[in-house]
Design a protein around this ligand. Structure first.
Ligand code: SF4
Ligand code: SF4
Length: 188
């Protein structure tokens, strides 16, 4: 079996030691999404522990990493306090950079991008911008359009975005984050 350095790489970037997991299964039992995942959280942990590159590549190409909603249920149940959502986040980033995003998860990636665009430009979540960005990326123009009028009537869809006061600081945060992400990527 081919050995790889991904366990130490994960430790370096997330401070998580995957070998601390002792496979009690509490994370999978408490995860509301586990039934939809190709690999439930405890299996993700087991696959990582094998230190096998093939298993790692399967995880990077899995739907599990994109279906995780970072609800933290698994962390609160884990006797070893292993931060699985942080791990999922790390693998999402890696899968994205290495162009290994599962095709069935592309809509989720589009949602992430539309969400970040909204925050990047306004500093807040601008619902109409988010929905428009998502629909343009996925071409799902008519999806859920029937709920828009009632949301609008209830004031849940403001026409104009609310902006943060300090836009300069927002720009700096995004610039620094992008710089950190690309430097950690080139180190790998
Ligand atoms: S709850 Fe923690 S120790 Fe138990 S299987 Fe999940 S990650 Fe491993
Ligand atoms: S954070 Fe992710 S893996 Fe953990 S319980 Fe929530 S959805 Fe499941």
């Amino acid at each position: 079996m081919e050995k790889s350095g991904y366990i130490s790489e994960i430790k370096e970037y997330t401070e998580i030691n995957v070998n601390r997991c002792y496979q009690c299964g509490k994370c999978s039992a408490g995860c509301a999404i586990a039934g939809e995942m190709d690999y439930p959280p405890s299996m993700v942990m087991r696959m990582l522990q094998t230190n096998n590159e093939e298993n790692y590549q399967s995880l990077l190409q899995s739907q599990s990493i994109w279906l995780c909603v970072s609800c933290q249920n698994c962390v609160t149940r884990c006797p070893m306090e292993i931060d699985i959502p942080r791990l999922m986040d790390y693998m999402r980033e890696k899968a994205y950079r290495e162009k290994k995003v599962n095709r069935k998860s592309s809509n989720i990636l589009s949602f992430h991008k539309a969400f970040l665009d909204s925050v990047k430009h306004t500093g807040r979540l601008y619902e109409i911008g988010l929905v428009a960005g998502y629909k343009i990326r996925t071409l799902n123009i008519l999806q859920d359009m029937d709920v828009a009028p009632s949301m609008f009537m209830k004031g849940k869809l403001p026409i104009l975005p609310e902006m943060v006061k300090d836009k300069k600081q927002l720009t700096t945060i995004f610039k620094e984050t992008e710089k950190d992400a690309s430097s950690s990527h080139t180190q790998k």
